[in-house]
Design a protein around this ligand. Sequence first.
Ligand code: NAG
Ligand code: NAG
Ligand code: NAG
Ligand code: NAG
Ligand code: NAG
Ligand code: NAG
Length: 411
Amino acid sequence: MFSRPIIAVVGLTLVSAESLSDYVEGLQNAFTSAGLNRMFQGIASISSTDFGQRMLGQMQADDEVTIFAPMDDAWDPPGPYGNLSDPQNIVTMLSYQIVTTNLTASRMPDPPSHTIAFTLFRSADHTLPGDQTQVLVVERADPGLVVRKPDYNLTTTGDVSFYSNVVIWPTDGIIQLPIDSLDVLSHIIDYPDGTIPAAGWEQILSSTDLTGYFEGCFGCTFFVPIDRAVEAVNGTLQGYKDNFRRAVVKNHIINGTTIYTSQLHEGDTFVTSGGETIAYASNDTGSYFLSHGQAARLVRGDIPTSNGVIILIDTVFLETNTDTSNADHAAEDNRDNAPTGTSLSGIAGQIQQTLTLPATSSVATPTSTGSTTVSAGSDQSSAICLSALPLYIWMSILTIVTMSSVNVWEA
Ligand SMILES: *[C@@H]1O[C@H](CO)[C@@H](O)[C@H](O)[C@H]1NC(C)=O
Ligand SMILES: *[C@@H]1O[C@H](CO)[C@@H](O)[C@H](O)[C@H]1NC(C)=O
Ligand SMILES: *[C@@H]1O[C@H](CO)[C@@H](O)[C@H](O)[C@H]1NC(C)=O
Ligand SMILES: *[C@@H]1O[C@H](CO)[C@@H](O)[C@H](O)[C@H]1NC(C)=O
Ligand SMILES: *[C@@H]1O[C@H](CO)[C@@H](O)[C@H](O)[C@H]1NC(C)=O
Ligand SMILES: *[C@@H]1O[C@H](CO)[C@@H](O)[C@H](O)[C@H]1NC(C)=O
């Protein structure tokens, strides 16, 4: 399903006093002490390969990394990463379990705020703008941490441990790579009021023949109205001519930019694939996106997909205008000026450089993971937004107070 994973390298040119083999040996001992024998074996098998050494070298060179280390039972049977006897598959898998920052509970914001952190993973089939790596969205769970996936949570099990620059969290599963934007819609996205939010939008995509367009947008932000929003305007939409309905869909996609909530600043505007604008604003009631005189409330953002990120909103923008040349221009502009992992502020763990690894063997498509429990009727809102701080200030806050910003998932 994916090929040519590319590992982000941080500080590759730094020469460490400790030799890599000493570092790796220490790391292996740390895994053994934490009862993570498969991690020990996994590291042993990758450390005799070039690409494994490169990944381990990067870990050593980084100031701080956190590993979500699958417990022994989680290594079988082979999941979407393929047979984990193969060192390449192990490196691919680990590259998505490792973030380049220190995710220790005491450094993280109070739930339900979450932290968005860069992993080491990117590949040709996971195309994000500006060579960005895929992110993990992590929340403090007290005890431990929870990694938020669209429709399930992966929790840490047992105590955190430390070795050198590494923070180790044992987990009861392997974090699967993000699936594509369309696949996410067909899952039950977990959000507070418990309905299936995206099924209605999928219907609109197929009735406008824009399913492929949606799925084929790479490095994009997808505003997806929840079901009750779609139901509220379904009649109106049915009455539109085809080209107007298509315009409505295109005006919910931003081509060439992944918008994570921690990066949003009051007054930001984005040009849609329809060539119209969406602006961001917030007030005491919540965070909103504005289009065509309509305000849509942010319901849940930061749902990573293999081709971008989904933001759930509570209103369908009935923007039927289009401006193709504006849209094309914006998409090109977005790509030309895409923030890289180094310049993307508000996300924990900056990435400085990338390195190509050899191709992996192919992997199976991830399957749906179980059912979703949500707290029905919860209408709790939380809006914590890091404001527009320059990166260097943000970084110093990071070291003093907490990890990162974050935001708003609410009904
Ligand atoms: C995984 O690969 C190893 C070594 O190639 C092989 O012995 C093992 O049977 C494979 N496991 C599965 C479940 O395919
Ligand atoms: C995942 O965790 C969050 C809070 O940490 C919770 O609100 C949500 O319901 C959980 N989702 C599932 C599917 O358990
Ligand atoms: C991570 O943060 C914790 C808590 O502040 C600290 O004890 C630990 O030494 C840090 N680890 C690294 C590698 O920075
Ligand atoms: C919208 O209306 C169409 C036609 O009446 C119907 O088939 C569809 O189920 C409705 N969709 C939603 C999400 O209400
Ligand atoms: C996104 O922009 C690229 C050009 O940068 C274009 O080729 C592609 O068709 C656009 N996709 C969508 C869904 O707008
Ligand atoms: C915040 O903005 C939204 C959208 O414009 C509006 O509906 C809401 O009443 C505003 N809330 C406050 C407290 O001003």
